[in-house]
Write a protein of this length. Structure first.
Length: 264
């Protein structure tokens, strides 16, 4: 069994795929999990061809289904001797548009995948993490968790919730030798973003990050000796993160409003 292992949700494409590549290249055993079986199989095949079939495992996972979550965690445990060095909660969805034009079912899906899924995967993985010395839980958050972003209101709210969960669990799980942190990128050039390029803030800020940029920060978060809860990705997010709480709330709101060119 490899010395270290990582369980990745949303591993079939984008950031999850880039993280799988980064950790596999460093010698980790990689568990690939995604709701899209076809994309997952392609990613697993490419990783196996590059690093060896015995260096990863994969299975479909719908983070909205607790039974699917429990089965995926059990599947991973079978391949890692009941250890999980890193859990990367990466699976996510984004829907763009004025809040009132998005139907309630879509809002529910965003919350179910982006937040409830994070809660349930973390819950199901706790025993493996606790059994693993110096384990890490890394949640994929967003720059929109710093201040709510128009046109992606529910997405932004779900990432605020992830941020709060991360902060709480980092304190609560410290006695179990589990560090908990989140990674906070701004707009990343992934398929998820192709549907959001008309979003005003994306046009204003531009798309400056690639999946590999985020993967490098995830790698740093997984291996840092410092106890750091929030890991912003990219200069824009770092400035926003460090400036949050220093600027008056009215100024933060004005900046977001100007970025979104909102007249509402």
């Amino acid at each position: 069994m490899p010395a270290q292992s990582i369980f990745i949700t949303g591993a079939g494409r984008g950031i999850g795929q880039a993280c799988a590549e980064r950790f596999a290249a460093a010698g980790y055993f990689v568990g690939l999990y995604d709701v899209d079986a076809e994309l997952l199989e392609a990613t697993a095949t490419a990783l196996g061809d590059r690093y060896g079939r015995d260096r990863s495992c994969h299975a479909t996972l719908d983070v909205r289904d607790n039974g699917s979550i429990r089965a995926a965690v059990a599947h991973f445990a079978e391949h890692t001797d009941d250890r999980m060095h890193v859990l990367l909660n990466n699976a996510g969805v984004m829907h763009v548009g004025p809040f009132e034009t998005i139907d309630p079912a879509t809002h529910r899906q965003t919350i179910a995948v982006n937040f409830q899924g994070v809660v349930e995967v973390a819950h199901a993985s706790f025993e493996l993490l606790r059994a693993t010395p110096r384990a890490r839980l890394i949640n994929m958050s967003s720059a929109s968790a710093i201040y709510g972003m128009p046109e992606i209101a529910t997405y932004s709210a779900s990432k605020h919730a992830v941020r709060g969960l991360t902060e709480a669990l980092d304190i609560e799980w410290e006695p179990h030798d589990i560090r908990v942190c989140d990674v906070m990128p701004v707009f990343v050039n992934t398929e998820l973003l192709t549907r959001t390029r008309q979003m005003s803030a994306a046009q204003t800020l531009g798309v400056r990050l690639e999946p590999n940029d985020v993967a490098e920060v995830v790698w740093a978060a997984a291996n840092s000796k410092r106890r750091r809860v929030h890991w912003p990705v990219g200069l824009q997010t770092k400035l926003a993160h460090h400036g949050s709480g220093l600027a008056p709330a009215a100024l933060e709101r004005l900046i977001i409003r100007l970025m979104s060119r909102s007249s509402r």
